[in-house]
Design a protein around this ligand. Structure first.
Ligand code: R5P
Length: 288
C-alpha cells in the first residue's frame, strides 16, 4: 500500500503508514506566486492500492486533494482511498435558509469523482457521509482523546450541548466516568450562551469534549460557567482544532487549564493522533 501525504496531513499520514504497513510515496506540492496549487507525483503507483491523506482545510488544501486524486488515478493506481481527517465544509450540511448551498454535499460530489472510498474522522454529522457517492467510513478518535483525558485526571465528561452527547458518552465509557451535557444557544458566529445548569463539579477535573473548536466561543463560555460552579480544573478537548485567531488564549483566559485536539488539523494542541483510529477503519476496507 502506498500512502500519499497531502501537505495538510503530513504528521497523520506518517503516523498512519507503519500502522497499515504502507510506504509513503513522494509528492511535490507547492503554490505558484498567484496562489494556485501545483502537485507532482514523484513515485510510480501503477497497480498499487493508494491511500491519500489530506484534510480539506483551508481551501487550498481541498484543491490540492483534488489534484492528488487525479495524479494517483492517472498514475494507474489499482484503488484509491481518500482519507479526509477533517472534512471542512461539513458544517453546512443542510439548507438552513432558502437558496443556501448544502456545501457538505457539493464538496463531497467533487471528492467522490476520483476515489473508490472515503474515510473521515468524527464527522460533524453522520448523514454527511451519505453525500459521497462511494463507500464511506467514519473513524472515531474519541477513544484516543479519552486516553489523554485519563492522563489529565478527568472525573467527569461534558458535552457542550445535547447534540454532542454521544461523543461525551463514548469518552466517559472509556474513562469509566460520569457524563452530562450543557445547554448551549448560539447567538452569533463567535458567541454562545450557556443556560445555567447545576452540575456536581465542585473540586473536580471536568473535561468538555466537542467535535470542533473553531473560535473557542462554545468551550470558553462553558469553562467560565464550570469554574464559577467550583470546578478545580477544566480540560477542553476536541477532534478537530481549528483554533481561529486567538482561540487558544481565549480558552485559557476563560478558565481552561488544558487544551487538546488530534492531528486531523495539525497545530500546537495536537497532543493526540487519530492515526490508530484511521488505521482501524482502513483495515479490511482496502483489502482486495
Ligand atoms: C457546532 O455545531 C460544533 O459542533 C462546535 O460546537 C462549534 O463548531 C464550535 O465552534 P466555536 O469554537 O466557534 O464555538
Amino acid at each position: 500500500m502506498r500512502i500519499v501525504a497531502g501537505s495538510a496531513s503530513q504528521r497523520l499520514a506518517h503516523a498512519l503508514a507503519p500502522l497499515v504497513g504502507g510506504s509513503i510515496a513522494s509528492v511535490e506540492s507547492k503554490a505558484f506566486p498567484d496562489g494556485e496549487v501545483y502537485v507532482r507525483l514523484l513515485d510510480a503507483v501503477v497497480g498499487e492500492d493508494v491511500v491519500i491523506v489530506q484534510t480539506t482545510y483551508p481551501n487550498d488544501k481541498l484543491v490540492e486533494l483534488l489534484l492528488l486524486q487525479d495524479a494517483v488515478r492517472r498514475g494507474g493506481a489499482a484503488s484509491v482511498t481518500t482519507v479526509i481527517p477533517y472534512y471542512a465544509y461539513s458544517r453546512q450540511d443542510v439548507a438552513f435558509k432558502e437558496g443556501e448551498v448544502v456545501s457538505a454535499r457539493t464538496v463531497a460530489e467533487y471528492i467522490q469523482i476520483k476515489t473508490d472510498r472515503v474515510v473521515t474522522v468524527d464527522p460533524h454529522k453522520e448523514h454527511v457521509l451519505g453525500f459521497f457517492g462511494v463507500p464511506t467510513l467514519a473513524a472515531s478518535a474519541v477513544p484516543q482523546l479519552a486516553e489523554h483525558l485519563r492522563a489529565e485526571g478527568a472525573d467527569l465528561v461534558l458535552a457542550p450541548d445535547k447534540g454532542a452527547l454521544d461523543r461525551a458518552r463514548l469518552a466517559a465509557k472509556h474513562l469509566d466516568a460520569p457524563f452530562d451535557h450543557l445547554e448551549k444557544t448560539r447567538i452569533s458566529g463567535t458567541e454562545v450562551r450557556m443556560s445555567p445548569k447545576s452540575l456536581d463539579v465542585d473540586g473536580k477535573t471536568v473535561a468538555i469534549i466537542d467535535d470542533i473548536i473553531s473560535t473557542g466561543g462554545t468551550i470558553a463560555t462553558a469553562a467560565g460557567e464550570l469554574k464559577r460552579q467550583g470546578a478545580l480544573r477544566v480540560v477542553a478537548a476536541c477532534t478537530h482544532g481549528l483554533f481561529l485567531g486567538d482561540a487558544i488564549d481565549r480558552l485559557r483566559k476563560a478558565g481552561c487549564d488544558a487544551v487538546v485536539c488530534t492531528d486531523t488539523i495539525e497545530g500546537p494542541a495536537s497532543h493526540v493522533s487519530a492515526a490508530r483510529a484511521v488505521a482501524e477503519a482502513l483495515k479490511g476496507s482496502v483489502a482486495r
